[in-house]
Write a protein that binds this ligand. Structure first.
Ligand code: HEM
Ligand code: HEM
Length: 158
Protein backbone atom coordinates (compact mmCIF):
# COMPACT_ATOMS: atom_id res chain seq x y z
CA UNK A 1 0.00 0.00 0.00
CA UNK A 2 1.58 3.24 -1.16
CA UNK A 3 0.86 6.46 0.76
CA UNK A 4 0.17 9.80 -0.99
CA UNK A 5 3.29 11.75 -1.98
CA UNK A 6 3.87 15.09 -3.76
CA UNK A 7 4.14 13.38 -7.16
CA UNK A 8 1.27 10.87 -7.01
CA UNK A 9 -1.79 9.77 -5.04
CA UNK A 10 -1.42 6.59 -2.93
CA UNK A 11 -3.43 3.37 -2.96
CA UNK A 12 -6.30 4.45 -0.67
CA UNK A 13 -6.79 7.81 -2.44
CA UNK A 14 -6.83 6.08 -5.83
CA UNK A 15 -9.29 3.39 -4.70
CA UNK A 16 -11.63 6.06 -3.31
CA UNK A 17 -11.33 8.20 -6.45
CA UNK A 18 -12.07 5.42 -8.96
CA UNK A 19 -14.64 3.51 -6.90
CA UNK A 20 -16.58 6.73 -6.41
CA UNK A 21 -16.21 7.67 -10.10
CA UNK A 22 -17.81 4.29 -10.96
CA UNK A 23 -20.66 4.93 -8.50
CA UNK A 24 -21.26 8.35 -10.10
CA UNK A 25 -21.69 6.64 -13.48
CA UNK A 26 -24.43 4.51 -11.85
CA UNK A 27 -26.06 7.60 -10.27
CA UNK A 28 -26.20 9.72 -13.44
CA UNK A 29 -26.94 6.66 -15.58
CA UNK A 30 -30.02 5.69 -13.55
CA UNK A 31 -31.31 9.30 -13.42
CA UNK A 32 -30.76 9.74 -17.16
CA UNK A 33 -32.54 6.43 -17.88
CA UNK A 34 -35.75 7.39 -16.05
CA UNK A 35 -35.70 10.88 -17.56
CA UNK A 36 -35.71 9.24 -21.01
CA UNK A 37 -38.26 6.51 -20.15
CA UNK A 38 -40.43 6.51 -17.00
CA UNK A 39 -40.35 2.71 -16.86
CA UNK A 40 -36.80 3.01 -15.55
CA UNK A 41 -38.11 4.54 -12.32
CA UNK A 42 -37.72 0.90 -11.26
CA UNK A 43 -34.00 1.73 -10.92
CA UNK A 44 -34.77 4.06 -7.97
CA UNK A 45 -33.76 1.38 -5.42
CA UNK A 46 -30.28 1.14 -6.97
CA UNK A 47 -30.08 4.97 -7.18
CA UNK A 48 -30.91 5.39 -3.49
CA UNK A 49 -28.64 2.61 -2.18
CA UNK A 50 -25.69 3.60 -4.34
CA UNK A 51 -26.28 7.26 -3.36
CA UNK A 52 -26.21 6.47 0.36
CA UNK A 53 -22.99 4.45 -0.14
CA UNK A 54 -21.54 7.49 -1.96
CA UNK A 55 -22.43 9.76 0.96
CA UNK A 56 -20.50 7.50 3.36
CA UNK A 57 -17.56 7.23 0.91
CA UNK A 58 -17.51 11.03 0.42
CA UNK A 59 -17.30 11.61 4.18
CA UNK A 60 -14.47 9.05 4.52
CA UNK A 61 -12.69 10.64 1.55
CA UNK A 62 -13.10 14.13 3.03
CA UNK A 63 -11.36 13.02 6.26
CA UNK A 64 -8.68 11.12 4.27
CA UNK A 65 -8.01 14.22 2.12
CA UNK A 66 -7.42 16.32 5.26
CA UNK A 67 -5.13 13.74 6.89
CA UNK A 68 -2.99 13.64 3.70
CA UNK A 69 -3.24 17.29 2.62
CA UNK A 70 0.45 18.09 3.08
CA UNK A 71 1.68 14.85 1.51
CA UNK A 72 -0.27 14.96 -1.77
CA UNK A 73 0.34 16.85 -5.04
CA UNK A 74 -0.06 20.61 -4.47
CA UNK A 75 -2.31 22.80 -6.65
CA UNK A 76 -2.85 26.44 -7.52
CA UNK A 77 -5.86 28.31 -6.09
CA UNK A 78 -8.12 27.68 -9.12
CA UNK A 79 -7.63 23.90 -8.97
CA UNK A 80 -8.07 23.99 -5.17
CA UNK A 81 -11.39 25.83 -5.50
CA UNK A 82 -12.53 23.32 -8.14
CA UNK A 83 -11.72 20.38 -5.85
CA UNK A 84 -13.42 22.10 -2.87
CA UNK A 85 -16.58 22.58 -4.98
CA UNK A 86 -16.47 18.88 -5.97
CA UNK A 87 -16.25 17.86 -2.31
CA UNK A 88 -19.09 20.20 -1.24
CA UNK A 89 -21.40 18.83 -3.94
CA UNK A 90 -20.29 15.20 -3.44
CA UNK A 91 -21.60 15.55 0.13
CA UNK A 92 -24.55 17.93 -0.42
CA UNK A 93 -26.23 16.05 -3.31
CA UNK A 94 -26.69 12.66 -1.57
CA UNK A 95 -27.30 14.35 1.82
CA UNK A 96 -30.20 16.37 0.40
CA UNK A 97 -31.55 13.24 -1.35
CA UNK A 98 -31.40 11.30 1.91
CA UNK A 99 -33.00 14.15 3.92
CA UNK A 100 -35.97 14.14 1.53
CA UNK A 101 -36.22 10.36 1.76
CA UNK A 102 -36.32 10.51 5.57
CA UNK A 103 -38.75 13.47 5.46
CA UNK A 104 -41.25 11.43 3.44
CA UNK A 105 -42.00 9.39 6.58
CA UNK A 106 -43.88 6.08 6.42
CA UNK A 107 -45.25 4.64 3.10
CA UNK A 108 -48.81 5.57 4.19
CA UNK A 109 -47.75 9.24 4.30
CA UNK A 110 -47.78 9.55 8.09
CA UNK A 111 -44.91 11.41 9.74
CA UNK A 112 -44.07 13.50 6.67
CA UNK A 113 -41.80 16.46 7.44
CA UNK A 114 -42.66 19.27 5.04
CA UNK A 115 -39.36 21.21 5.07
CA UNK A 116 -37.27 18.07 4.47
CA UNK A 117 -39.34 17.11 1.43
CA UNK A 118 -39.28 20.72 0.14
CA UNK A 119 -35.50 20.93 0.53
CA UNK A 120 -35.08 17.76 -1.51
CA UNK A 121 -37.60 18.77 -4.17
CA UNK A 122 -35.95 22.15 -4.64
CA UNK A 123 -32.28 21.19 -4.47
CA UNK A 124 -31.50 17.51 -5.12
CA UNK A 125 -31.91 17.58 -8.91
CA UNK A 126 -30.47 21.10 -9.33
CA UNK A 127 -27.33 20.42 -7.29
CA UNK A 128 -26.87 17.03 -8.98
CA UNK A 129 -26.87 18.73 -12.39
CA UNK A 130 -24.32 21.30 -11.12
CA UNK A 131 -22.16 18.40 -9.87
CA UNK A 132 -22.48 16.64 -13.23
CA UNK A 133 -21.30 19.77 -15.08
CA UNK A 134 -18.38 20.18 -12.66
CA UNK A 135 -17.36 16.53 -13.14
CA UNK A 136 -17.40 16.97 -16.93
CA UNK A 137 -15.17 20.07 -16.53
CA UNK A 138 -12.87 18.13 -14.20
CA UNK A 139 -12.50 15.27 -16.70
CA UNK A 140 -11.94 17.73 -19.57
CA UNK A 141 -9.16 19.50 -17.64
CA UNK A 142 -7.52 16.18 -16.71
CA UNK A 143 -7.49 15.16 -20.40
CA UNK A 144 -6.22 18.60 -21.55
CA UNK A 145 -3.31 18.49 -19.07
CA UNK A 146 -2.54 14.91 -20.00
CA UNK A 147 -2.33 15.88 -23.68
CA UNK A 148 -0.11 18.88 -22.83
CA UNK A 149 2.38 16.26 -21.62
CA UNK A 150 1.96 17.16 -17.96
CA UNK A 151 0.75 13.60 -17.46
CA UNK A 152 -1.49 14.44 -14.49
CA UNK A 153 -3.70 11.37 -15.01
CA UNK A 154 -0.60 9.33 -14.05
CA UNK A 155 -1.01 10.79 -10.54
CA UNK A 156 -4.27 8.84 -10.17
CA UNK A 157 -3.55 5.87 -12.45
CA UNK A 158 -0.61 3.64 -13.36
C1 HEM B 1 -24.10 11.54 -5.13
C2 HEM B 1 -25.25 10.93 -5.12
C3 HEM B 1 -26.40 11.27 -6.02
C4 HEM B 1 -26.41 11.79 -7.30
C5 HEM B 1 -25.22 12.19 -8.17
C6 HEM B 1 -27.82 11.90 -7.70
C7 HEM B 1 -28.25 12.39 -8.92
C8 HEM B 1 -29.56 12.55 -9.29
C9 HEM B 1 -30.01 13.12 -10.53
C10 HEM B 1 -29.10 13.64 -11.65
C11 HEM B 1 -31.37 13.11 -10.52
C12 HEM B 1 -32.31 13.60 -11.65
C13 HEM B 1 -32.69 15.02 -11.43
C14 HEM B 1 -33.64 15.55 -12.48
O1 HEM B 1 -34.27 14.76 -13.19
O2 HEM B 1 -33.77 16.79 -12.56
C15 HEM B 1 -31.79 12.52 -9.26
C16 HEM B 1 -33.11 12.32 -8.87
C17 HEM B 1 -33.51 11.67 -7.72
N1 HEM B 1 -32.68 11.22 -6.72
FE1 HEM B 1 -30.67 11.30 -6.68
N2 HEM B 1 -28.61 11.43 -6.67
C18 HEM B 1 -27.81 11.04 -5.62
C19 HEM B 1 -28.20 10.52 -4.40
C20 HEM B 1 -29.52 10.24 -4.04
C21 HEM B 1 -29.94 9.70 -2.76
C22 HEM B 1 -28.99 9.35 -1.61
C23 HEM B 1 -31.30 9.59 -2.80
C24 HEM B 1 -32.28 9.09 -1.76
C25 HEM B 1 -31.98 8.33 -0.74
C26 HEM B 1 -31.74 10.06 -4.11
C27 HEM B 1 -33.07 10.10 -4.54
C28 HEM B 1 -33.48 10.66 -5.73
C29 HEM B 1 -34.88 10.77 -6.12
C30 HEM B 1 -36.10 10.27 -5.31
C31 HEM B 1 -34.90 11.38 -7.37
C32 HEM B 1 -36.15 11.72 -8.26
C33 HEM B 1 -36.76 13.01 -7.88
C34 HEM B 1 -35.91 14.20 -8.28
O3 HEM B 1 -35.64 14.39 -9.48
O4 HEM B 1 -35.50 14.96 -7.39
N3 HEM B 1 -30.62 10.44 -4.84
N4 HEM B 1 -30.66 12.20 -8.53
C1 HEM C 1 -12.92 9.71 -16.12
C2 HEM C 1 -13.12 10.32 -14.98
C3 HEM C 1 -12.06 11.04 -14.18
C4 HEM C 1 -10.75 11.35 -14.47
C5 HEM C 1 -9.96 11.03 -15.75
C6 HEM C 1 -10.20 12.04 -13.33
C7 HEM C 1 -8.91 12.48 -13.19
C8 HEM C 1 -8.33 13.01 -12.06
C9 HEM C 1 -6.94 13.34 -11.89
C10 HEM C 1 -5.87 13.19 -12.97
C11 HEM C 1 -6.76 13.85 -10.65
C12 HEM C 1 -5.47 14.37 -10.04
C13 HEM C 1 -5.42 15.86 -10.26
C14 HEM C 1 -4.17 16.50 -9.73
O1 HEM C 1 -3.69 16.14 -8.67
O2 HEM C 1 -3.69 17.45 -10.38
C15 HEM C 1 -8.06 13.85 -10.00
C16 HEM C 1 -8.31 14.30 -8.73
C17 HEM C 1 -9.56 14.45 -8.18
N1 HEM C 1 -10.75 14.02 -8.75
FE1 HEM C 1 -10.96 13.08 -10.53
N2 HEM C 1 -11.19 12.18 -12.36
C18 HEM C 1 -12.33 11.58 -12.84
C19 HEM C 1 -13.55 11.49 -12.19
C20 HEM C 1 -13.84 12.14 -11.00
C21 HEM C 1 -15.14 12.18 -10.39
C22 HEM C 1 -16.42 11.49 -10.94
C23 HEM C 1 -15.02 12.92 -9.25
C24 HEM C 1 -16.04 13.31 -8.21
C25 HEM C 1 -17.25 13.56 -8.33
C26 HEM C 1 -13.63 13.34 -9.13
C27 HEM C 1 -13.11 14.11 -8.11
C28 HEM C 1 -11.78 14.38 -7.91
C29 HEM C 1 -11.22 15.09 -6.75
C30 HEM C 1 -12.02 15.67 -5.58
C31 HEM C 1 -9.83 15.10 -6.92
C32 HEM C 1 -8.78 15.71 -5.96
C33 HEM C 1 -8.05 14.60 -5.26
C34 HEM C 1 -8.92 13.94 -4.19
O3 HEM C 1 -9.24 14.62 -3.19
O4 HEM C 1 -9.26 12.76 -4.36
N3 HEM C 1 -12.95 12.85 -10.21
N4 HEM C 1 -9.01 13.34 -10.88
Amino acid sequence: MKPDNPQTYGTVSRCLHWLMALCFVVMFGTALAWNINEDYFSLMGIHKNCGIALLVLALVRFVWMHVNLRRRPQHNIIVKLGHIALYLLMIAVPAVGLIRNIGKGAPDGSGEVEWMVQLGNQWHGELAIALGILILGHIAMAVVHQIKREKIINRMLG
